[in-house]
Design a protein around this ligand. Structure first.
Ligand code: NAP
Length: 295
């Protein structure tokens, strides 16, 4: 006990966390399975620092950490449910206290209703946008301030978001592509989609019939907006923030017919996460197969 107090006074931290400010740290959301787990696996091999596998469910997360350990890979675990604001705030405080911030953040957690799912579209719209857009935005709101200089942020979006953009009304397309759209305007548009879907009026309002697609159009646009903000507000910090596509990958979400393995799906995301120091591009782009894609 005395020893704990002594250590805490040396490190000036609370008991659950010993400070390690000089160690670099990477954090991957929703990484107990699928593409997120493959990203953690690749980072354990390629990233010089501590790699955190995070999951909303502690049991599933720890099981995944153990599966990596059986391959000789060391990942750390922290609970993180992006739909729970307290969980986000607790995790951000932990990384701030233990590491002084975060070097690499990969916002991978996401959901999709299966094509055969009979859940009413209004519910699919609300639930899908909640995780893929609004909760991922909450992550960015609380983690961007603690991203260290030279940091890398990757938002896992999808080619489906680009296809969906092209199916929106010309007026909506113009706003999503504009350089002057603000975060507030985008949040308003995403909320409008959910509200219109609840009244079955989304198509008249210029939205396509895909909740997952709209959530990823929103996430890619959000990435572009936040990258512009970072360039303006922290011009000397050299942080690169992009939206990345894994491709079509064999996971629970996408099924067994997809052409890529999770390891192959992780490649583009890890490339964006490990862009070398001093690199200035890509930033604020949608990147697939290591190439900036048209938007
Ligand atoms: P997956 O196998 O279904 O894995 C999704 C992961 O996200 C799981 O670990 C899940 O945790 C987690 N998750 C869901 N909601 C969460 C929350 N509220 N908080 C924390 N974690 C949460 O799907 P995947 O195919 O690997 O997808 C990963 C990302 O890639 C998603 O953003 C997806 O949209 C994107 N993506 C996938 C494909 C593809 O072809 N697979 C293509 C383009 C983009 P639980 O195990 O607890 O549910």
């Amino acid at each position: 006990m005395l020893c704990d107090v002594f250590l805490m006074s040396i490190y000036n931290v609370s008991s659950y966390c010993v400070s390690d400010m000089s160690t670099r740290v990477a954090v991957v959301t929703g990484s107990n399975k699928g593409i997120g787990l493959a990203v953690v696996q690749a980072l354990c091999k390629q990233f010089e620092g501590d790699v955190y596998l995070t999951a909303r469910d502690v049991g599933r997360g720890q099981e995944a950490v153990e599966s990596l350990a059986s391959e000789g890979l060391k990942a750390f675990f922290h609970q993180l449910d992006i739909n729970d604001l307290n969980s986000i705030i607790n995790a951000a405080a932990f990384f701030k206290e233990k590491y002084g911030g975060v070097d690499v953040l990969i916002n991978n957690a996401g959901i999709a209703f299966g094509v055969a799912d009979t859940t009413p579209f209004a519910v699919q719209a609300e639930v899908t946008l909640k995780t893929n857009f609004f909760a991922t935005r909450d992550m960015l709101t609380h983690f961007l301030p603690i991203i260290k200089a030279g940091g890398r942020v990757v938002n896992v979006s999808s080619f489906v978001g680009t296809r969906t953009l092209n199916q929106c009304s010309p007026a909506l397309q113009q706003r999503f592509r504009s350089e002057d759209i603000t975060e507030e305007e985008l949040v308003g548009l995403m909320q409008q989609f959910v509200d219109k879907a609840k009244k079955d009026e989304h198509k008249q309002a210029g939205w396509p019939d895909t909740a997952y697609g709209v959530s990823k159009t929103g996430l890619t646009t959000l990435s572009m907006i936040l990258a512009r903000c970072l360039s303006k507000e922290r011009p000397n910090d050299g942080i690169l923030l992009n939206a990345g596509c894994p491709g079509w990958v064999r996971t629970n979400m996408a099924g067994s017919n997809a052409p890529k393995s999770p390891e192959e799906g992780a490649v583009n995301l890890v490339y964006l996460a490990l862009l070398p120091p001093g690199t200035t591009a890509p930033h604020g782009k949608f990147v697939s197969d290591k190439e900036v894609q048209p938007w």
